[in-house]
Design a protein around this ligand. Structure first.
Ligand SMILES: Cc1ncc(COP(=O)(O)O)c(C=O)c1O
Length: 379
């Protein structure tokens, strides 16, 4: 059976540099001496941390202090460490976008957090709602442990928060003295010029932790990410790290490949994925009855699609699954797990032909699963 993998946010598989990484390993491993016979320490392989800092500088215009950059097993490890650090007891609050990354929601629920959602518009988290919510929580003696923010190519909605709103977010965080965690893992998956400075680089008084990943520009199987936080917070976060430190083997090989190839690779992969995004836009727009509205993200790996309110979302998912169509349901991203009439389509991993054939099939699933309104009986 043909399959249509629109479910998870992975990069284009054909661009994964298998051979180049093998060559990089051949070059670097003999140079490592006894490094692999030692534990990496909680920050990790220094040349790779320098590269993380340079990547940040190229994008943001400022260098990250290398001694404040820690490598992680993907950004997800950093995301989880935040809950362990900032939350003290079950029921402590994390404030986040009303729709947010399902992996984070699962991790924070497992850590016993109470998740409080802030409504979004096309520019991301709404600041009036953030301010009101923080005031209400503070008045009730429930000051949040932190704000988890996806300000750049928000997952799932794809929005990018303008700089003025970013400044406002930090001012509100300062006013209520709530730390901010900026998960920036899509920062380099960009298809149109739309650079906005990271929260980390803007003026703030509360601690801002900045998280990056190599999953979206290389591959999630590599399991490499990084975060940066000011001291002494960094030391506190790392005290929750219980894995012996990030793999030197992985970091050294990726470093050796990326030290010259990172931006060529990013340009190449973004060109490939942009074509898929454009095709997905084009296909979706052919079915206005099924897809009432969809986001037009300038970067990231997802399109957020609104279905007609009358869609039976559970039946639609079952029908799609039977046809081999994989997508993520709106409910998976909703802070309060509501069965909202949305779905998220990932366009990075799938092939062009699968988009061309799969979107019409998905449209048919949506149109065939409309609930029939109860008809009033005429006298
Ligand atoms: C917002 C967000 N954060 C973190 C992750 C986890 O990525 P990683 O593979 O770097 O752990 C993802 C993956 O989809 C994500 O979308």
């Amino acid at each position: 059976m043909e399959t249509y993998p629109f479910g998870s946010g992975r990069p284009d598989p054909s661009s994964f540099p298998n051979r180049e990484l093998a060559e990089a390993a051949m070059r670097i491993l003999p140079e490592l001496g006894d490094e692999l016979a030692r534990y990496p320490g909680s920050l990790g392989y220094e040349p790779m941390r320098k590269l993380v800092s340079e990547r940040f500088e190229k994008r943001e215009g400022v260098r990250l202090p290398v001694q404040e950059v820690a490598l992680t097993t993907g950004s997800m490890q950093a995301v989880t460490l935040m809950a362990q650090t900032f939350l003290e007891r079950p029921g402590d609050v994390v404030v986040m976008e009303e729709f947010s990354y399902s992996g984070t929601l699962g991790a924070y629920r497992k850590e016993g957090a109470e998740l409080v959602g802030i409504p979004l518009d096309e520019d991301g988290m709404r600041m009036d709602a953030l301010s009101d919510t923080l005031k209400d929580l503070t008045d009730r003696g429930k000051k949040p442990g932190f704000i988890y923010a996806l300000v750049t190519f928000q997952n799932p909605t794809g929005s990018i928060m303008p700089v003025e709103r970013r400044r406002e977010l930090l001012q509100i965080a300062d006013r209520f003295e709530v730390p901010v965690v900026e998960d920036h893992c899509y920062a380099d998956t960009v298809y149109e010029d739309c650079q906005v400075p990271a929260l980390y680089t803007l003026e703030h008084e509360v601690p801002v932790v900045h998280i990056e990943s190599f999953s979206k520009i290389l591959g999630p199987g590599v399991r490499l990410g990084a975060f940066t936080a000011p001291q002494p917070l960094l030391g506190e976060i790392l005290s929750y790290r219980r894995d012996g430190g990030p793999s030197t083997l992985t970091a050294a090989i990726v470093y050796e490949y990326f030290r010259e190839q990172m931006w060529n690779h990013v340009d190449e992969i973004n060109t490939i994925v942009k074509e898929k995004r454009d095709l997905m836009f084009e296909m979706l727009s052919q079915f206005p009855d099924a897809f009432e509205w969809f986001s037009r993200p300038k970067g990231g790996l997802f399109i957020w699609v609104k279905l007609p309110d009358t869609t039976d979302v559970v039946a639609c998912e079952q029908r799609a699954e039977a046809l081999g169509i994989d997508y993520a349901t709106g409910k998976a991203f909703h802070v309060y797990r509501e069965d909202v009439p949305y779905l998220r389509l990932a366009f990075g991993y799938t092939k062009l032909d699968e988009i061309r054939k799969g979107i019409p099939k998905l449209a048919a699933c949506v149109l065939e699963t409309q609930k029939v309104e109860a008809q009033g009986v005429a006298d």
